[in-house]
Design a protein around this ligand. Structure first.
Ligand SMILES: [Zn+2]
Length: 278
């Protein structure tokens, strides 16, 4: 098949899988921070407590058809639900486009889905639930073994690099958090950041795991110094209250940094080594 015809053939399948996984991701985002099961009970409307019929639970489509309201009580349903579903579908189609119809594309899609969950949950609740990171670590390790057996691994780390990468990622972020705590005399990094970097390190291997923390820190610094702090500062000034710098949910930035480093990390490191040595 030519390049465009396999894409046209597989894109609807990847998009549909992505939307379904995105629908499940919404459940994880809502329930894991509260330590609730993502299997039981079935989804209910938070307004009237009524069960949601299958035809009202079709990703994106149902929300649009119901115009964002519960069929029974008319309570608004957050736009976050269709947005997460659409974004996950886009991540799956994007993975197919980048890596072709392969196990590699499925691995990238699953990993990107988990990282999207991490980013949204951390942004909302300053928590990175173990559900994402422990399952992510398992996915990364099983993926590395499967990739080694099938002989198609790049851009993912091989099994040995995955083990060393998990330890490097979790260790490095723990050391940075500890130093930050000593310097700022308050908690700088949560336990969730360490488990996240164990998962991400298993995807990237040790060198790119360190690069990922660097890229994440750069993204976080840019977002907070250029956008978040000025807005909070202006608001405080307007209301005449003291400027209270908000905490940085580092997972929000580590998650996209992980995907960027997975896809472009080696090129970036090669370019840097070329400049240093050449
Ligand atoms: Zn309702």
């Amino acid at each position: 098949m030519s390049e465009s015809s396999w894409f046209a053939a597989y894109a609807p399948v990847f998009g549909a899988f992505g939307a379904i996984f995105g629908s499940f991701l919404n459940v994880c985002i809502a329930r894991w921070p509260k330590d609730e099961s993502v299997v039981r009970p079935r989804s209910r409307c938070p307004g009237c407590g009524g069960g949601i019929a299958w035809y009202d639970n079709i990703p994106v489509v149902s929300w649009l058809a119901l115009r964002g309201r519960c069929r029974r009580c008319g309570e608004p349903i957050s736009v976050q639900y269709p947005l997460v579903e659409a974004a996950t579908a886009a991540l799956w189609v994007g993975s197919l486009w980048l890596l072709g119809p392969s196990l590699l594309a499925v691995r990238l899609a699953v990993v990107a889905t988990i990282l999207l969950g991490v980013a949204v949950t951390d942004a909302q609740s300053y928590l990175i639930p173990d559900g994402f990171t422990i399952n992510g670590l398992v996915v990364a390790m099983v993926g590395a073994l499967a990739g080694a057996l099938l002989g198609e691994q790049l851009p993912f780390a091989g099994p040995w690099d995955a083990v060393v990468g998990a330890c490097t990622g979790a260790g490095a972020i723990t050391i940075i958090g500890w130093l930050g705590e000593v310097a700022m005399k308050k908690e700088a990094m949560g336990y969730g950041d360490a488990t996240l970097m164990a998962f991400v390190g298993a995807l990237l291997g040790p060198v790119r795991a360190l690069l990922c923390i660097f890229v994440g820190a750069a993204l976080a610094a840019a977002a907070f110094l250029l956008l978040v702090y000025p807005i909070v500062w202006l608001r405080a000034r307007r209301s005449g209250t003291a400027f209270e710098p908000p905490l940085v949910p580092f997972g929000v930035f580590l998650a996209p940094a992980a995907v960027v480093t997975l896809l472009f990390g080696n090129a970036l490191l090669g370019w840097y080594a070329g400049r240093m040595l050449g």
